[in-house]
Design a protein around this ligand. Structure first.
Ligand SMILES: [Zn+2]
Length: 279
């Protein structure tokens, strides 16, 4: 499933390759991924030119002269920029440009291609439910987000309505870098813990972005990203030594999900466990 690094890399590539291209026609093979009838979707975007591309959480936001095109790959998919005479077989929606190229969007399972009026992105019903972007949230805002919350830290980080963009690929290394157990109750986090965690989110997501994001997703040119499971430090590495202390990485059950941790670096209650405001 694409997470922030993959979406950030896709948005960058699209922002580089697409502006100035004019949409000549749109092929829709999966009308239920649209938020409006096909005719209305076409009316908004055919003839429109692309002005820029950015992201909001896991949504790719394509700014066009006809309004916003919002793409969400769901569990994963490909967005390919190809010549219109060499189309990939698998595609759900295709934007054919006047210059003889096409942007082909394929969802492995299910995704979305929505339109929204310009400057009304935050009113889109699904975008409106998102918390702040995990890469853009500042320390003060992050602290506020944790204030008064019960429950474990992992569940909160994965809750897209609290913080947008982190999923199961990067969560394990983020918690490892912050030296926090996934079930650590939020009220027991010290100021230092929160600071380390905020830093870890940026550092781990950036590490993947610098390598072109996960190798199980491909770029506009169809080439996979450069961040592979070998780049993970504890995530999906049960039985391997912890890169910090050599203790065997464990796979543990945390609620309905599995977590990968170093039992020594990330104790549930340990030396660094101090109650906020305590002592
Ligand atoms: Zn360790």
């Amino acid at each position: 499933m694409p997470e922030l690094p993959e979406i950030v890399c896709r948005a960058r590539e699209m922002a580089e390759a697409l502006p100035g291209r004019k949409i000549r026609e749109i092929e829709v093979r999966q009308p239920k991924c649209l938020n409006v009838p096909v005719d209305e979707f076409r009316r908004a975007l055919v003839g429109a030119s692309i002005r820029g591309v950015r992201h909001r959480g896991k949504w790719l936001v394509v700014d066009t002269t006809g309004g916003l095109l919002l793409l969400n790959l769901g569990m994963g998919g490909e967005i390919l920029l190809v010549r219109s005479d060499a189309l990939p077989e698998k595609r759900r929606v295709r934007f054919a440009f006047e210059d003889g190229h096409s942007l082909c969007v394929n969802f492995w399972w299910f995704g979305y291609a929505h339109v929204a009026p310009q400057d009304r992105l935050e009113e889109h019903p699904m975008v409106a439910q998102l918390g702040p972007d995990a890469l853009e949230v500042g320390l003060a805002q992050f602290r506020k987000l944790l204030e008064g919350r019960r429950g474990g830290i992992k569940a909160l980080l994965l809750d897209q309505s609290k913080l947008a963009g982190i999923g199961n690929a990067y969560i394990h290394d983020i918690l490892f870098r912050a030296k926090l157990h996934p079930l650590r109750p939020i009220p027991t986090l010290s100021d230092e813990d929160v600071k380390q965690l905020h830093r870890a989110i940026h550092a781990e997501l950036s590490r993947s972005i610098e390598k072109g994001a996960a190798s199980y997703e491909v770029g506009l040119d169809g080439k996979p990203g450069g961040f592979s499971t070998a780049d993970l430090r504890v995530g999906y590495r049960e039985g391997k030594p912890c890169p910090e202390c050599g203790t065997t990485v464990a796979k543990i059950k945390t609620g309905s999900t599995a977590s990968f941790i170093c039992p020594r670096c990330q104790p549930l209650a340990g030396a660094r466990t101090r109650r906020r405001g305590g002592s």
